[in-house]
Ligand binder design. Sequence first.
Ligand code: APR
Ligand code: MG
Length: 220
Amino acid sequence: MASGKMSRAEALECSGCSQACHVMLYSDTKSQLFGKTPIKHIVLMQMRFDGLLGFPGGMVKPSEETLEAGLSRELLEEIGIALPISVEDHVESCFAPASLPSFSSSRLILHFYVKKIEEELIREVEKAAASTASDHGLEVLGMVRVPLYTYRREAGLSYFLSHSFIGNARSQLVRSLLRLHLVAPDKLHEALAHALQMHARSAKDLQAALTYTEAQKRDF
Ligand code: APR
Ligand code: MG
């Protein structure tokens, strides 16, 4: 398929493909930022070992486990809790974007899941991810909540969206926020427009840092 999308069943027919599963965990919340800005929902992502933002999950072995069992196993390693994931939580499967640095010679198929859990469990996940998870500080540098609100025009969602994401994780996030009605389409559109402006500012900032280290390198 041109978009690289396929059904879960079609994906499993590819015996020569590597397969990876990732999940967006989220909950509702009544919490308020600074006691006045409603947060409404908590969406979990992670800072990965490669410095990019992504969803928890990883490589699975369909010859030895179901996709969902493999994802739960990855969750135990990365967030410290083997959350059960079911076929009903599956959202989409597609080939990894060609731009992604290849981690093996076979083509990589990515399966994306979304699971709603209770806020209490989100807190347990955050605690376990930083204490008992075997990947903490190694493959996973920390769990992060996605700020879904807009604070003082640009802060919050737009700054978050301007960061760098693994593969198609940003579009997985954007599509999920729309599909689950976690952010209104006009707010999301505005946040993405601000995120793009932020990129231009970041480029200047990066250039300044580069110039600074250039001078340091010369004097070393
Ligand atoms: N979109 C596209 N590709 C993604 C996404 C995403 N949202 N999330 C992860 N990937 C890619 C990664 O780049 C990687 O190639 O999927 C593959 C597996 O995902 P990981 O979560 O990185 O796999 P994990 O099993 O947790 O880690 C195992 O994989 O990334 C390599 O060498 C790295 O040691 C690591 C190994
Ligand atoms: Mg992983």
